[in-house]
Design a protein. Structure first.
Length: 411
């Protein structure tokens, strides 16, 4: 996606965005009754008592403020619990949870709706006909609040727990990983890392240090066509870059205006993002397993669950046809399977080296991946199998356990 699309997508995931949108809609809804009251027959105005709407809106205003505060306390507790007991890197997915954002937006919107309605009633802006419209709209708002509360109660039974958070990380990683397995070069031409002589003289270096969160490849491709040049990208989303590491090399001389344009295609941040960076999701899953395997937690079941999630992620069906090169004048080194395996399996193999149940599951998982896609996973699967076996021999004190792991590790 383009940088603008990526920015809009990140913006709409923010907690304040939906709350602000619902708040604006609530104010508009409360004022609609003033606009349409001329179309309400006078005879209908007697259906609703003069004080009925006032009392309902007062109850809504007081109760929604309390419910919103209570919900915020629950959210903060869930975030703190996930940060301390799971991993801080996963809390961003909890913040982007759609159900939670809709619940808070509904409560805040209902509070503002009732508040605006009370103020407008006090000013006499509705009249008898407007009160009828406001009454039926208020009934609809109450129905929406009841449904939202029921969904919120059901959602809270799983929100922020280990299984729920691990599932969110897996889902966030799945799309990015599948796209990277299909297109290891992200749609660019394959590059072996060797620069042509002309390209080695003109590089684009970052102006600050940080993690690369997004690359606008279409923007860079348009630049190459306009200037009839080739760009050799040295980084991928998730890379930590600094002033001494080039973003790309170009085979043509670049002016200051060209450098400004090329810099705008790269988005840097203080933290990594799940969107274009599948390795970040794998690292987060490994952190969850490592924390579960720490002596303070001692939860090998969670580590075994993470191994199962890794199998599901890597066993996603990838089209057999070769990756399409959409940006022929952009060159990028492909993502290495070895790096991905290191991200997810190294920590589990190290921290679970002394646990027979973890080692057996890890060995079987690596063998399963090698059987699923031998051309893609066999070499690195065997390498990690031998690494895990070596760590197990060093950490295990029981000879029977060592023999069992060694028996399973023979492919």
């Amino acid at each position: 996606m383009s940088k603008t699309q990526w920015f809009v997508r990140r913006l709409t995931r923010q907690l304040w965005f939906r709350s602000s949108l619902f708040a604006v809609l609530a104010v508009i809804t409360a004022l609609v009754a003033i606009a349409i009251k001329p179309f309400i027959p006078v005879s209908v105005s007697g259906v609703v008592g003069s004080d009925a709407v006032d009392k309902i809106l007062t109850i809504l205003a007081s109760s929604m403020l309390a419910v919103t505060t209570f919900s915020l306390n629950i959210m903060v507790s869930a975030y703190n619990s996930a940060s301390s007991s799971i991993t801080p890197r996963a809390t961003v997915l909890l913040l982007e949870d759609g159900t939670t954002q809709n619940v808070l937006a509904t409560f805040i919107g209902s509070f503002l709706y009732s508040l605006v309605g009370i103020v407008a009633l006090g000013m006499g802006a509705y009249g008898a006909q407007g009160r009828v419209v406001l009454f039926f709209v208020t009934l609809a708002v109450i129905s929406m609040i009841v449904v939202t509360l029921l969904r919120w109660i059901q959602h809270l039974s799983q929100f922020g727990r280990m299984t729920d958070t691990s599932q969110r990380v897996e889902e966030a990683t799945a799309t990015a990983l599948l796209n990277r397995l299909k297109e290891p070069c992200m749609g660019c031409s394959h590059w072996n890392g060797i620069l042509p002589k002309k390209a080695s003289r003109q590089g684009v270096f970052p102006r600050k240090a940080g993690y690369l969160q997004h690359i606008d490849l279409q923007y860079l491709s348009d630049f190459t066509r306009e200037n009839d040049c080739y760009l050799y990208l040295t980084v991928q989303p998730g890379s930590f870059i600094h002033h001494g590491s080039p973003l790309l090399w170009c085979n043509h001389a670049l002016s200051d205006a060209d450098l400004q344009r090329l810099h705008s295609a790269f988005t840097l941040g203080e933290q990594r993002s799940f969107d274009q960076d599948p390795r970040f999701g794998l690292c987060v899953l490994s952190e969850i397993a490592s924390r579960a395997l720490s002596p303070a937690v001692n939860d090998p079941g969670t580590a075994i669950d993470i191994i199962g999630r890794a199998i599901r992620l890597f066993s996603q069906p990838v089209p057999a046809e070769s990756a399409t090169v959409r940006y022929t004048q952009l060159f990028m080194r492909p993502t290495q399977i070895s790096d991905m395996f290191d991200d997810i399996f190294t920590g589990i193999g190290r921290d679970g080296a002394a646990l027979i149940e973890v080692q057996l599951r890890l060995q079987k998982a690596l063998q399963a991946l090698a059987l699923i896609a031998p051309h893609r996973y066999a070499v690195d699967g065997r390498r990690h199998s031998q690494l895990a076996l070596a760590r197990a021999h060093h950490a295990m004190t029981c000879e029977t356990d060592r023999v069992a792991v060694e028996r399973v590790s023979h492919w």
